[in-house]
Design a protein around this ligand. Sequence first.
Ligand code: FEO
Length: 430
Amino acid sequence: MSPKAVEHAIADRRPIEISPRVHWIGALDPDIRTFDVILKTANGTSYNAYVVRGSEGVAIVDTVKEEFADDFFARLEAVATYDEIRAIVINHLEPDHTGALPELMQRAPQARLYISFQAQLMLKALLKRENLEFTPVDTGDRVDLGDRSLEFLHTPYLHWPDTQCTYLREEEILFSGDVFGCHFCDPRLFNDTCGDFRFSFEYYYAHIMRPFREYVLRALALIEPLPLQVIAPAHGPILRDRPTAYVGRYRELAAPRLKREIFPGEKTLLIFYISSYGNTARMAEAIYAAAQEIEGVRASLYDLTGGETNSFADLLEEADGLVLGSPTINGDAVKPIWDLLSSLTVIDMKGKLGAAFGSFGWSGEAVRMIEDRLRGLKLRVPLQGVRLKLIPTPEEIEECRQFGRSLGEELMGRRANRVIDMSELLSSNS
Ligand code: FEO
C-alpha cells in the first residue's frame, strides 16, 4: 500500500496489512498533548494492536485505550470474526493497551488470555472479575496457531514489572509492547514512510526506559539474537525498514557513556550546591577538598546557580555518590536542588551514596528534607548531613572536612563502623 492509501484506510477505520497474515488494528490519537501526566506528546500518539492469523486460529496482540475501542473493533471485524480468536496476548497491562480488553473478552469468550507471570495480580486489579481465566507465560513459552506461532520473551520493567514481548517466528515479527515505541502519531504508520520521529524515539527512551537500564540490557540479550523483519511496537511507527537499527540504538543508549573517563577502582562523587550568602558554598568547598584526599575518589563540584539541572543526567547516572548542599529558605531547600532531585526520577540511582549539607538562619529543615528525598529515590544515606547556623567557624569548616573525608571513605568502602554516643543522638534530635 502507498503511504496515501494507508492514510485513507486509517481514516476509513480499516486495518492495515503488515504481511498477509498480520494486520495493524490499532488507533491514532493525534490530539493528546501529555501522557502519564509527565510526558509531552507534541505529536500525539498511537495505540498499536495487531491481529495474527494462523491456519488454526487467530491471535490478537494488545488492544487500545478505551475511548478508541470503536476504531479497534471496526478494524478487527474487517479481518477476523470473534469466534476465530483463539488467543489474546497482552504484552503490558497499562490502560492504553488494555482499554478494549474487557469488551474483547466478552465478544470472544472462547479466547485464551496470555499475560506475563508478573501481570497476574495487576490483571485481577484491572478487571475486578471473579473466575478470571488466563495463562501466565514466560520466556520460551509458545502459543500454537497452526502454521504460525507466538513465542514470549520475559522483559520486565520496560517499563512496568509486567512487560513482555511476543515474537512471531515464522514471519520474524517482534511485537515489542512499549519497547522500541514512541509517542509519534503519523497516519502513514511505517518508519520508512512517516515523518522524522527520531526526537520522539529518543525522548521516549529517556523518559520511559532509561530508569531501567539494567533491564533494557537484559531484554536486549533476548532480542538481539532474533532474526527481525519487523518490530511492531505498541506506540509510534511500525519499524519495518532496518528494524535492527533500533535495537542497536537501544544498545547505545543503555551503554555507560562516561565510564572510560574513570580508571578502574575509582569512584566518582558529585557535589552540587547553591548558596545565598556564600556560607553553603564554603561548606561545599571544604567537603569537596577533603573528599578528594581519599585515594580513589574523583570528586567534582557544581554550583547550581542559574538553575540548569537536566544537563547533568549522564553524569548523575554514572556517578557513585551524590552530595547536595542547600540553604534553608522559608523552611525548605531551594528550587534548583528540588529540580535536580526531580530529574533523578528518570535515572536509576538505586544504591548510590547520597548525602546533604547546608547553612541556615534559624530553622534548617533543608538538609533533612533532601536526605528524605534521597532515601525515597533509593539512594543510601549512611551519614547524617552537616547543618551549620549562618557563617561557619573554623571548627565548623573542619567538621565539613571530616564529613567530606567520611563520604570519601564510605564511597571507597573503607569507613569503619562507629559507636554512636547517646548524647550525640539527643543533640541531633534537638
Ligand atoms: Fe504504553 Fe506503558 O503503556
